[in-house]
Write a protein that binds this ligand. Structure first.
Ligand SMILES: [Mg+2]
Length: 276
């Protein structure tokens, strides 16, 4: 081991690991949200957009389980079925979720504006580009080629079905680091749009940056976001930003286009000997 690595890493960032929906593709993270609403509606359970979006970023099975435990949902369930939702209910809703998600995923593959330019800036800095997602391998077989057609092709794609446990566990981010061949973890930044993404990055010992405007916490497609009054927009953005900072994000940026400037600040903190 070199003396440098024993004393702590003081070099620049070597890689970034990006989430997919709401971070680099699918403005507003709309593809999964609509499908969660459908799956519960089929069982006669009304859920809100907010409830469907709160656990976003987790394994979709874990996401359904978390929704089932939300009080308004559990109450509707017991009023209708005379019992709490069981693990079998969670599994059967997940089995329904998968084909519905597969059916719409390619319609939500548009690259978020600023992504291509930010990736080019990372390449110029010599950084590797990894990615992780709560989607499974069947979903990614559709999404990855669509994104590549649009000009976004990360070096590494790790999905939730590649690891023993999804977010907020660190395994996807650490697997991406391994496949990129990059260490130490403090030379890596995790970028995502959900509380679960920030948890994944922090648990992996990485720097974390939240993207706000096009992410799940705002939760609107671009066409709907531009229709808000400027006061509504400001309010929605500031509440989303606060939730992500409260989750422990080191930085929250408006859009992915704003990332390079934050990388400079992290590089400076690394130079000073700081760790995430
Ligand atoms: Mg996301």
């Amino acid at each position: 081991m070199s003396s440098e690595s024993r004393r702590g890493y003081r070099g620049p960032l070597k890689a970034a690991i990006f989430d997919w929906a709401g971070t680099t593709v699918d403005y507003g993270c709309c593809a999964p949200a609509a499908v969660f609403l459908d799956v519960f509606e089929k069982r006669g359970i009304a859920v809100t957009q907010e409830q469907a979006r709160e656990p976003m970023g987790m394994h979709k099975r874990d996401h359904i389980r978390v929704m089932c435990r939300m009080q308004p949902i559990a109450e509707q369930w017991s009023a209708r079925y005379g019992r709490q939702p069981s693990e079998e209910d969670v599994e059967s809703m997940f089995q329904e979720f998968v084909p519905l998600q597969l059916a719409v995923i390619e319609k939500h593959a548009d690259i978020i504006p600023g992504t291509i330019e930010t990736m080019a800036a990372l390449r110029t800095r010599g950084m590797g580009i990894g990615s992780t997602t709560g989607y499974n391998d069947a979903m990614m077989r559709l999404l990855v080629p669509k994104a590549a057609e649009g000009g976004y092709a990360p070096d590494v794609v790790v999905c939730v079905s590649d690891v023993p446990e999804g977010r907020p566990a660190p395994w996807m981010a650490l697997e991406a680091a391994k496949q990129l061949g990059v260490y130490p973890v403090e030379a890596i930044v995790k970028v995502g749009d959900t509380v679960a993404d920030i948890g994944e990055g922090l648990n992996a010992g990485m720097w974390t940056v939240a993207v706000v405007e096009h992410g799940n916490e705002v939760g609107l497609p671009e066409a709907d976001l531009v229709r808000l009054t400027s006061a509504e927009r400001k309010d929605r953005l500031s509440r989303a930003r606060q939730r992500l900072l409260d989750a422990g994000a080191h930085y929250a940026v408006e859009t992915i286009a704003d990332l390079p400037e934050v990388l400079d600040r992290i590089d400076e903190r690394l130079r000073q000997g700081e760790k995430p």
